[in-house]
Design a protein around this ligand. Structure first.
Ligand code: TNX
Length: 488
């Protein structure tokens, strides 16, 4: 049944009795008591369902009746902040949640219960569903190769339908600074003016950035911006001589090496820069997290690194936000509450894993992005043209068959805030390349983050295969990876 083909798999689903035929007379109903946000969720869902079904599907805020009904029930048990119930019978489909986010997720499930195109019947039964992890993220690196806000919006649409709720944006790196900062305008204007391979690059204005954040928020996706420091900063150093210890700006960089640049840790001007940049970024960010990078600072001595990260973390706190950083911060001094993003792999040294486990034990929530499982820029296999292979090949099966709750030694599931799939773009320059590398592996991330722990590759790969028609219908240039039994 379609209930068994849902992706990510729901916490529980039971098919029973006759279903509801969605047809020309179907109305989407919020009821008169619904607030503005529920009405907006209903309109968004209506637009999505009209697009695939070709039906009029008017939204009605009046009295109760047959149709697709959206209901907030603050007392509904077991659903949490994002969960929902879906009940389908001959008179209609009722979506129930404690929050508008829950209703949004219910609507995305409903889309998958209807045909890829044209009208159809939602099978009878009940789904009760809620996520395993609170943080289910994807990262896009717009620094190595520039991507537009429209491309990021398209990715948000693709991800939100699978209940991914976080978009982490890697906004700055050696090859480009992509976000306008009013107090340091040359960062974007000059530092954003190239990319890997020497192309023209580009940057996002604050208005375009706000537009993306609002677009994502309507789809219950939280944007986490990253300014990577104290390494990965050549674009900034090239834009402002005063940020360099010797006062001389280097050339802009269009290669793909890492670990060669560092902010000048001993200079007070550096911290004015950090404060200005993070302050402007905090003002653009409704969410609680600011990501400050902290990875691969190979040109920053360890003591300098720790001293710099102490100050950068204090700046984040002063601007009212919570730090996220790559897990290298575990070996320095993570501030209380700082979230660590683990990007190690099977061959990562035990001592490095132990430092992360110790930080988790001290109360730091972890976001897991194992490079040999969830790095979307790793090649699928030897035949993949794009991508890198430093962490090994990552076929779809490998991206799926592991358990975030028991992945790191001595880290209990309760310490895991969630999972994230980063897409680094040294070798990814177009929408087609992005989609080829992300899909279908980002769906493994979606299911690992949302669904209960039981993992069955056989069943999952079958569901994925059945899903190909939906990806095709959306024009997603996904990879027909050889380990999935695609139909036809
Ligand atoms: C490591 S992962 C990096 C990035 C590269 C990536 C390529 C991490 C925190 N740093 O700078 O783009 O590998 O896979």
């Amino acid at each position: 049944t379609p209930y068994e083909r849902l992706l990510p798999a729901p916490a529980s689903a039971r098919a029973e009795g006759p279903g509801y035929p969605v047809g020309a007379a179907t109305v989407i109903r919020t009821g008169p008591a619904a607030g503005a946000e529920v009405r907006r969720v209903a309109e968004l869902l209506a637009g999505q369902l009209r697009g695939t079904s070709g039906l009029p599907l008017p939204v009605d805020h009046g009295r109760a009746g047959d149709g697709i009904r959206l209901r907030i029930d603050a007392r509904a048990g077991g659903l949490g902040e994002e969960g929902y119930r879906l009940d389908s019978g001959p008179r209609g489909v009722t979506l129930t949640a404690r929050t508008p986010a829950g209703l949004f997720h219910a609507g995305q499930t409903l889309r998958q219960l209807l045909p890829v195109s044209g009208p159809g019947t939602v099978p009878g039964g009940r789904i009760t569903d809620a996520p395993r992890f609170a943080y289910r993220g994807a990262m896009l690196d717009i620094a190595r190769h520039f991507f537009t806000v429209d491309q990021a919006k398209r990715y948000v649409d693709q991800l939100a339908q699978y209940k991914v709720n976080t978009l982490h944006l890697h906004l700055t790196d050696d090859q480009g600074w992509r976000i306008a900062i009013d107090s340091w305008p040359r960062l974007a204007e000059y530092g954003g003016g190239t990319e890997v391979g020497g192309g023209p690059g580009g940057h996002w204005t604050k208005d375009r950035y706000r537009d993306l954040v609002a677009y994502a928020a309507e789809r219950y996706v939280d944007v986490v911006p990253e300014i990577d420091m104290p390494g990965h900063v050549n674009a900034a150093l090239a834009s402002y001589p005063e940020l360099n210890c010797d006062g001389k700006a280097p050339e802009r960089y269009t290669g793909t090496k890492v670990g060669f640049s560092s902010l000048c840790v001993g200079k007070e001007r550096t911290y004015e820069f950090v404060d200005d940049v993070l302050g402007e970024l905090a003002a653009l960010t409704p969410g609680r997290y600011l990501h400050i990078g902290g990875d691969e600072a190979h040109s920053t001595p360890a003591a300098d690194y720790a001293a710099f990260m102490d100050r950068a973390q204090a700046v984040v706190a002063r601007h009212g936000k919570t730090v996220v950083a790559w897990h290298q911060l575990a070996s320095a001094r993570p501030a209380p509450g700082a979230v660590l993003q683990y990007w190690g792999h099977d061959r990562t040294a035990a001592a490095e894993k132990a430092a992360v486990a110790a930080a988790a034990k001290a109360g730091h929530p972890l976001v897991l992005s194992p490079a040999d499982r969830l790095y979307l820029d790793m090649k699928y296999d030897t035949a993949t043209k794009q991508g890198l292979a430093w962490a090994g090949y990552v076929p779809v099966r490998r991206s799926y068959e592991w358990d975030p709750g028991s992945y790191l030694p001595d880290v209990p599931e309760t310490a895991v805030l969630g999972v994230e799939a980063p897409l680094w773009t040294e070798t990814i320059a177009t929408r087609a390349d992005l989609e080829f590398m992300a899909f279908p592996r980002v769906l493994s991330l979606a299911e690992l983050g949302w669904s209960p722990a039981a993992r069955d590759w056989g069943a999952y790969s079958g569901r994925l295969a059945a899903h190909a028609a939906r990806l095709d219908a959306q024009g997603i240039a996904f990879h027909r990876a050889p380990d999935v039994p695609w139909e036809e």
